[in-house]
Design a protein around this ligand. Sequence first.
Ligand code: NAD
Length: 433
Amino acid sequence: MDEGHTGVYEDALCRVREIGESAGIEAEVIESLLRPRQVLTCSLPVRMDDGSVNYFTGYRCQYNDVLGPTKGGIRFHPDVTDEEVKALALWMTLKCALVGLPFGGAKGGVVVQPKALSPMELERLSRAYVRAMADFIGPQVDIPAPDVYTNARIMGWMMDEYEAIRRVRSPGVITGKPVRLGGSLGREEATGRGAYICIRELAKRKGWQPDQIRVAVQGFGNAAYHVARLLARDGYKVVAISDSKGGIYSEQGFDIESLWQEKQKSRQVRAVYCEQSVCQLVEHKEISNEELLALDVDLLIPAALEGVIHSGNVESVRASTLVEVANGPVEAEAEHWLDEQGITVVPDVLANAGGVTVSYFEWVQNRTGYPWSLEQVRERLETQMGEAFDRVWHLSQTEARTLRGAAYSVALRRIGEAVTAHGTREYFGGQDG
Ligand code: NAD
């Protein structure tokens, strides 16, 4: 997977340039997206359980705030780099614009293997991150959220630390919090549910029968679990699933709920189904993550990390549709091959936008002090995602664009309207130089 990290930001910039130019976006607008507004790098001292102090590197990138305060998750992962954070923050900028949220894009990360930390070390690290960032983030400025290997509990610690520093209640500083600490109902499942809505809309247009569709999912974290669970509920056959250690495959398809329970207990992806105290191993084949990507399935859902499909392995992809639940799982060069083969790619900026959409709902609830019911959250998510999917699909048909081309065009046009509202070169009379 490391291979995919090379040039991830450069890759992201190329796509913006290429798609922006082909969609006739003003040069000034494209230019405004070719650099981040600001990036903070800091060293986070953390007292370890054995009494020693470790220094972890933390990042926060606020990419572009023309549409509103910046918004984006915090990742705890050993491969985090400032290039990766910038790419993720650029994608957040496009995603928020595409779904019509009043937010710009940001992202944060810490270079750490969180599995090697004790719960107390993890708490100290999370608090240290906020101490370093307290003047950089804020409910009207930049609002973090969970991402890979961070979760609701960590968001709760971070909010608590921010409030202790500011000496004021400030739930809107971070989203994805536990519900009792001001989080929103439906946030936990939101990314997976948003992806599920996209797949359901795509299925209508492609005339799919769910029980005829075989699905492979890479990753089995928050986003992957919920999309797999909702698809299985509709009758889709999830025949393969994996985590960082490898995957499993079964022609019959898996019961996702049992796999999830087992993963919570043993921290492993194992096909063990339990009824009360009786457990049985379900027949399956062990496969690698690389083999999972090459399976002969209808729908492939990369839902772990970026860059997993690159020029070195793209020609082994056999699925006819790819839904990018992870951010940036397909490198730009590899995507050209997928397009040539007629493989449909539902891009990350659309497929995983459910998470930030419900984060926005959480922020609105925090600011108004009025919590919504789960039904209200789901209904509004349906509307927001349904409209975004419709718009992207329609544009892809009328302008003969790929779904990514259409999604970027919608986002860039919206960002462009905000940029030109301030006046561009043309307005200020500089056409002749
Ligand atoms: P998570 O920490 O809950 O899960 C990550 C999963 O990826 C785990 O199952 C882990 O085992 C697996 N994984 C890690 N390294 C792997 C590897 N080398 N090969 C295969 N699997 C590997 O994270 P998440 O929140 O589900 O995020 C997954 C993806 O979805 C990321 O790309 C993230 O940016 C994106 N995303 C998440 C959200 C959100 O709200 N959580 C929103 C938008 C996008």
